[in-house]
Design a protein. Structure first.
Ligand code: GTP
Ligand code: MG
Length: 135
């Protein structure tokens, strides 16, 4: 079994999609081991998205992710990392398949409803960042 860090981003929270995202996670057969609504501090946001710090959209991305509450969750199950990435769909919602979260609920590349860790290394780093006290 494996763990991944999932976020319902501020656009997903403001569109009322928390329940929808959690339902899809549970329907897939994954389980929640931590779940919290919180507003992200700028330093955590910077660390979370450190791999993008030299991208032209980094400033905008930080503004977006700190713009309102997010739901942060640790999701567990067999192949949880790839499993949730499949539920989320491609980064650009226009390229994301219909039936995926981004394919069904988003149009813009930045405002794409959810985040999911992209590798075991990212998952470990992100879970420590968001839930430092989780065992
Ligand atoms: P995450 O699960 O959120 O990490 O998405 P991802 O792994 O599918 O995409 P990536 O890590 O490449 O990008 C992180 C996030 O930055 C995306 O989910 C978008 O919210 C945002 N993003 C990516 N590309 C662009 C872009 O070209 N412009 C803007 N404004 N935002 C972008
Ligand atoms: Mg990513």
């Amino acid at each position: 079994s494996e763990r991944t860090l999932v976020l319902v981003k501020p656009d997903g929270v403001s569109k009322g999609l928390i329940g929808e995202v959690i339902s899809r996670i549970e329907n897939k057969g994954l389980s929640l081991v931590a779940l919290e609504l919180r507003t992200v501090a700028n330093d955590i946001a910077e660390e979370h998205y450190a791999e993008h710090k030299d991208k032209p959209f980094f400033g905008e991305l930080l503004e977006f992710i700190t713009s309102g509450p997010v739901v942060a969750a640790v999701v567990e199950g067999p192949r949880a990392i790839e499993g949730f990435r499949q539920l989320a769909g491609a980064t650009d919602p226009i390229k994301a398949a219909t039936g995926s979260i981004r394919g069904d609920y988003a149009l813009e590349v930045q405002n794409n409803i959810v985040h999911g860790s992209d590798s075991p290394e990212s998952a470990e780093r992100e879970i420590k960042l968001w839930f430092p006290n989780l065992s």
